[in-house]
Write a protein that binds this ligand. Sequence first.
Ligand SMILES: Cc1cc2nc3c(=O)[nH]c(=O)nc-3n(C[C@H](O)[C@H](O)[C@H](O)COP(=O)(O)O)c2cc1C
Length: 314
Amino acid sequence: MSQIKMNKILILYYSQSGQLSEIVKNFAKPFEQSDNYVVTYANIEPVIEYGFPWKGYNFFDSFPESVNRVPCEIKSLDLGDEDFDLIVFAYTVWYMSPSIPSNSFLLSEQAKRIFKDKPVITLLGVRNMWVVAQEYIKEKIADLGGNLIGNIVLRDRSENITGIITISYFLFTGKKDRFLGIFPKPGISQKDIDGAEQYGIIVKENLEKNNSENLQKELIKAKAVKINSYLASTEQIAYKRVFTKWAKFILKKGGPGNPARKIRVRIFANYFPFAILVIAPIEYVFFLIFAPFRLRSIKKDIKYFSGVKLKSNF
Ligand SMILES: Cc1cc2nc3c(=O)[nH]c(=O)nc-3n(C[C@H](O)[C@H](O)[C@H](O)COP(=O)(O)O)c2cc1C
């Protein structure tokens, strides 16, 4: 098999706490250790930072723009001749959407130049709800003329409600220790963060064998993506029926930080924990009751969301 020329790698990322940056660095190790590759790291930076740890109001004020995929202003990136052999788009998810800074880059003129006709790998560092965001990203990459060949998702492995409590502690304090000394550590485990290197090895080996068609299959075998069908179905319903409606309601009163929308943001901030702690468990019970009758569609969903194809080509 002919050796593919794949030596200039661009890694685009935006990380607030450094969790995703660490994943990115581990993933890139196999490329860094080879003389055949040059890795360029491009840190996307908003002109006005969101602030980490988050302040309560700001956290909820970022909701409507996240959900409606409204970009913020970002600093321009100096990427030399802008010609890369592989693009790794590493992003986190905010409210079932790509984080606003990451999405802002995808919507930029520079992205149109960089992604065209290029192989792309997505690398996510999230809590546990990411399929709606990834569907949007799949479409965006296709619109930009890129070719998504692989997807890797590192996530918080704790049970859903526990994960919500621990990530809230992490996002509002910046601390990654055990909340109250009894909860598990928040976010993605150190073992998984360190393990991102194995996916770098798989990507490198597959590209060198010119085997990008099979890359996602190999990644799935190595557990780079795991679909929880209850969470996937819940987030699709919640995004469409709840998030988009709340976002529209808040946006009617103006853009980010607009004092006119304060009351609506605050109402949403009170509704949000209620929805997670009360409505989501009720939905879980319904999911379990109907799951035996939906086995076929559940299997189909798992296969589809594990892959990199768009629904229209599935
Ligand atoms: C405003 C906000 C909303 C978030 N919403 C989600 C979400 O819908 N799904 C999810 O899996 N993770 C969500 N997260 C967690 C992030 O995806 C990410 O794992 C975490 O913020 C750490 O990323 P960092 O590397 O930028 O620090 C959210 C985080 C923030 C700050």
